[in-house]
Design a protein around this ligand. Structure first.
Ligand SMILES: [Zn+2]
Length: 117
């Protein structure tokens, strides 16, 4: 596998990661709707009914996963924009190139490892 800073392969990696994030968002949205349907049909009182509390917990968990997936999608879109304007792969803090190995693991990285920690 080539690890060079090739704009074409970066774009491909970002697009692939973006597709995965979109699929995840679609599936989590279905899950969340399912949990909401379950809570509507269970007639449960979230405060006092143990089943209602479980549903509320599940809903919060799926909602938090969904928020994470949406953030990831936004990060990937921002990375694609940086690719378009030519700032992709440059650390936002110190201005040095982000190593290709880091971008391979985390295509939406905005900073080098030193600046991220
Ligand atoms: Zn840096």
């Amino acid at each position: 596998m080539e690890l060079g800073m090739n704009a074409g392969s970066s774009r491909e990696a970002l697009r692939r990661a973006r597709d995965e994030a979109e699929l995840l968002i679609a599936s989590l949205t279905r899950d969340l709707n399912g949990v909401i349907d379950a809570s509507l049909s269970s007639n449960a009182d979230d405060e006092h009914d143990p089943e209602g509390a479980t549903i509320a917990f599940e809903r919060a968990q799926v909602a938090s996963l969904l928020a994470g997936a949406r953030r990831r999608l936004a990060d990937l879109d921002a990375a694609l924009e940086r690719l378009d304007v030519g700032t992709y792969g440059t650390c936002e803090r110190c201005g040095l190139p982000i190593p290709a190995e880091r971008l391979a693991v985390r295509p939406s990285a905005r900073t080098c490892v030193n600046c991220a920690s």
